[in-house]
Design a protein around this ligand. Structure first.
Ligand SMILES: [Cu+2]
Length: 293
């Protein structure tokens, strides 16, 4: 798929497996994820129908740390409480909300920089970082992601700002078919959860309709590529499979929890891999292979 931007926020930029910590009983409250031991993240705002949050809040237990890979977006990082140690590969300018008249101070590249509550800074696209909580109290930080240069403008205009997942779990997921539904081909049910894909039957080849059901608690997608690579060794960057380097046959995106989408492809004999390409989901295990004889 053509994803406009990988959000630093999307947390999922980390290559590490992500596990769902909790799902709020309120369906309007996005679930929290554990990015690393002692570091949790929660999407606070979604725009443009994107399944990647525009604003993310991270919470660090004392001593906890996490590595994040570079994002294609510009990130405004604010320390809400506690303190944070930040190291990245570019110089940062740190501003203070409590002293708006003051000039920003420089936080040099490749150095552990202490950032305090009330301070904020901007991270340019592509800058990876190491974030840690040096203190003895929880650190809370918020990240707002803005499209970086070259971002796909179609990702955001005109959309409602309703958080995904807060809508009705039924009905609204119209099939986005890559080809016309084949009444006569094989129907293959696929279940997606955090973070696995399970196929109910093995495709035999020919016209094949994948009925993709999201049995999880967050959005997923379902992509099928033809490749000889093992299912867990597709080319990756920033927690995503680099689809441009693969032969993609089709996909469905934005499959909300509790909903289904379907699409039909024609499968010639060969080896295929299906996966979810929301950042972090593939490396966390959302892939399955198909061999058509
Ligand atoms: Cu997924």
């Amino acid at each position: 798929m053509r994803r406009a931007g990988i959000t630093l926020a999307a947390l999922l930029l980390i290559g590490a497996p992500v596990t769902v910590l909790a799902q709020s009983p309120s369906s309007s409250e996005p679930p929290s994820f554990e990015m690393a031991p002692g570091v949790t993240a929660q999407g606070l705002a979604f725009v443009g129908g994107s399944q990647e949050p525009a604003i993310v809040r991270l919470r660090f237990d004392p001593g906890a740390s996490v590595d994040v890979e570079g994002s294609s977006e510009i990130s405004l990082v604010t320390i809400d409480s506690g303190a944070l140690t930040v190291s990245t590969n570019v110089d940062l300018t740190v501003y203070s909300a409590s002293d708006p008249a003051a000039a920003g101070r420089n936080a040099p590249a490749n150095t552990d920089n202490a950032i305090q509550a009330g301070e904020y800074f901007v991270v340019p696209p592509g800058a990876p970082g190491h974030l840690s909580n040096p203190g003895t109290a929880e650190t809370v930080m918020s990240i707002a992601n803005l499209p970086g240069p070259g971002a796909d403008a179609s990702a955001s205009p005109g959309a409602s700002a309703a958080p995904e997942g807060s809508g009705s779990p039924t009905g609204s997921a119209a099939p986005t078919s890559a080809s016309s539904p084949a009444a006569d081909g094989q129907q293959v049910a696929a279940s997606e959860t955090e973070f696995a894909i399970t196929l109910a039957s093995a495709p035999a080849g020919g016209p094949t309709t994948f009925n993709v059901k999201n049995d999880g608690t967050i959005d997923h997608e379902f992509v099928i590529v033809r490749t000889d690579l093992p299912e867990d060794q597709l080319p990756q960057a920033n927690g995503e499979v680099i689809e441009d380097q693969l032969e993609s046959l089709g996909e469905v995106e934005d499959v909300a929890p509790g909903t289904s989408k379907s699409f039909t492809v024609s499968l010639a004999p060969g080896h295929y891999v299906v996966f979810c390409n929301i950042p972090g989901h593939y490396p966390a295990g959302m892939h399955e292979e198909i061999t058509v004889q």
